[in-house]
Design a protein around this ligand. Structure first.
Ligand code: FMN
Length: 181
């Protein structure tokens, strides 16, 4: 796909088909994350690919009622960062930024391969760390399902999209300043 078409076609997907995701495609997605830029190129990230159904169910519970649709997804990528490996500027911990960039690479790579994803940032981090035996020094930054989207969105998905007005974006003249604020 043309790069801007990938950007324009991507949307959060919360309902997936049973079609199995090819290992090769997961590899391609991971490779795109691996190439992301990071603070001093420290690459403070680690990613866990979860296919185990029981673990997916537990992760869904850790992400709360609002994300209960996660229990039916085929794969979840859990993106973690090591704060000590990244930097801090004016109190801002850059491991969040580093991992977020890699995560967005995953999401766009998935869209390019015809796969759906959805950034999920609302979860009980300690519960996820427990379920996946993630070491204490690591922080869980975000999770995303990966799978083939079904053509028709589910009711829950449509409600979420309506509540967050997910198609809406601010116009450029509201968010861009030239030469001064
Ligand atoms: C940091 C972050 C956290 C998010 N957390 C959730 C979440 O917990 N559950 C969910 O369903 N969507 C979540 N989203 C998805 C947003 O709701 C979605 O990206 C936004 O509404 C725009 O819709 P679109 O992705 O379809 O363009 C999150 C997105 C971001 C960037």
């Amino acid at each position: 796909m043309e790069f801007t078409d990938v950007i324009k076609s991507r949307r959060s997907i919360r309902r997936f088909s049973d079609r199995e995701v090819e290992d090769e495609k997961i590899k391609q997605i991971l490779e795109c994350g691996r190439l992301a830029p990071s603070w001093a190129n420290k690459q403070c990230w680690s990613f866990i690919i979860v296919r185990d159904k029981e673990k997916i169910e537990s992760l869904s519970q850790a992400a709360g009622m609002i994300n209960s649709w996660l229990k039916k997804v085929p794969i979840i990528i859990v993106a973690c960062g090591d704060p000590k490996l990244s930097g801090i500027r004016s109190g801002i911990e850059y491991f969040m930024v580093d991992v977020a960039i890699a995560m967005e690479h995953f999401i766009l790579a998935a869209a390019n391969l015809g796969l759906g994803s959805c950034w999920v940032g609302s979860f009980d981090e300690n519960r996820i760390k427990e379920v996946l035996e993630i070491p204490n020094n690591m922080r869980v930054v975000a999770i995303t399902p990966i799978g083939y989207p079904v053509k028709k969105a589910g009711i829950k998905e449509n409600i979420t999209r309506f509540i967050v007005q997910s198609k809406k974006r601010k116009p450029l003249n509201e968010i861009v300043h030239y030469d001064r604020w």
